[in-house]
Design a binder for this molecule. Structure first.
Ligand SMILES: [Zn+2]
Length: 353
């Protein structure tokens, strides 16, 4: 079963989480395999997508926010877009659109950043948006400060967490055809809530009231307590040393270890000299949020003329969900209903085609 474990380092401003997606991940791959129109993803694409799914779960589990966290990568190359979406309850789905050949040894830049204009977008989409509310989105390039191409999505996301959230983060990701896994270590803001409030109002690009990735204190954290959040900056150097030491340990984790070892073994190997306080594990699962109703709204968004022309040509409108493979069919009667019943706006989601 897939599992997510969260923990804090007792007395230190450092927290971590580790995820192993097994059934949730193979479910996603199996659905793609079963799609006769596309077939399975080439291994480098599946690996990228698995790492994005693991990262999405780690990031979602660190925010107090009721909605979807969506990681999206797009640019130029055979992968037109790769998407991993994780809900508040850690249900997740992922897909990638591939056009053309993918080399067996393709790196991130070969897949999606050929022209070095590739981007990674991190979107927080609230579950119940009030009218006019926009999802919060941060976008980071797939290159470094000197335009050097970045070949690991973990590095891209570390940049994002540092630049957009002012959070030191170490991320190790790995995926193959059976497991998608990740380890996240993060330095907590030194002065707790006060510090967060300050950085949130000052730090672009967060809008008013935008949830902040990774900014929530872990459950059970003692605000202002003697050991957890320091009262003054004088301790900062020492505390940074703690984070740096733990981050180096985390970075030493090898891809094979992350894929093959169980969570307890990994945590013991890396942090046997540290005191970990662990939380109740959670179970991420595959789930798709598509529905006939949402597809109907999408068709309404196409407009009646476009829908009629598809019907005239093919006799029905057939829409397949890119995430789960579900096929939705609308005949002329269904289409008439779509355009005569009152409804709200088409969904913004670019994912159902
Ligand atoms: Zn679906």
């Amino acid at each position: 079963m897939s599992e997510l474990h969260k923990f804090i380092f007792d007395g230190l401003p450092v927290r971590g989480s580790i995820v192993r997606l097994t059934d949730a991940w193979t479910d996603i791959l199996a659905r793609r395999d079963a799609n006769q129109a596309t077939g399975a993803w080439p291994p480098p694409v599946a690996e990228l997508l698995g790492e994005m799914a693991a990262a999405g779960v780690l990031m979602q589990s660190n925010i107090k926010f009721n909605g979807a966290l969506v990681l999206q990568i797009y640019g130029s190359g055979p992968v037109k877009v790769a998407v991993a979406e994780v809900q508040h309850d850690l249900s997740l789905r992922a897909t990638a659109k591939v056009v053309g050949e993918v080399d067996a040894n393709a790196r991130l830049s070969d897949l999606v950043n050929v022209g070095n204009k590739g981007r990674c977008a991190i979107t927080l989409d609230p579950k119940d948006r009030f009218p006019g509310q926009q999802p919060y989105q941060g976008v980071v390039p797939l290159h470094g400060d000197h335009r050097e191409k970045i070949e690991n999505i973990s590095e891209v996301l570390q940049h994002y967490m540092l630049q957009s959230e002012q959070l030191d983060t170490t991320l190790v990701l790995a995926a193959d055809s059976k497991v998608a896994a990740g380890l996240l270590i993060q330095r907590l803001p030194l002065e707790g809530e006060g510090n967060l409030a300050g950085s949130r109002t000052a730090g672009p690009p967060q809008g008013a009231g935008a949830p902040s990735v990774g900014s929530a204190a872990p459950p059970g954290a003692q605000r202002g307590g003697p050991s957890f959040f320091s009262k003054a900056n004088e301790d900062e150097i020492g505390l940074n040393e703690d984070y740096n030491r733990i981050a180096i340990l985390a970075s030493s984790l090898k891809r094979e270890e992350l894929l093959e070892l169980d969570v307890d073994t990994i945590l013991h190997r890396l942090f046997w000299q540290e005191k970990l306080l662990r939380f109740e594990p959670q179970t991420p699962q595959f789930a798709c949020t598509c529905s006939r109703d949402r597809v109907a709204r999408m068709i309404r968004g196409l407009g009646q003329d476009e829908a009629q022309s598809i019907l005239a040509e093919r006799g029905e409108i057939e829409v397949g969900c890119e995430f789960c493979g579900q096929q939705y069919r609308f005949d002329a009667v269904d289409a008439t209903q779509i355009f005569t019943s009152p409804g709200d706006q088409p969904p913004v989601s670019p994912t159902v085609q």
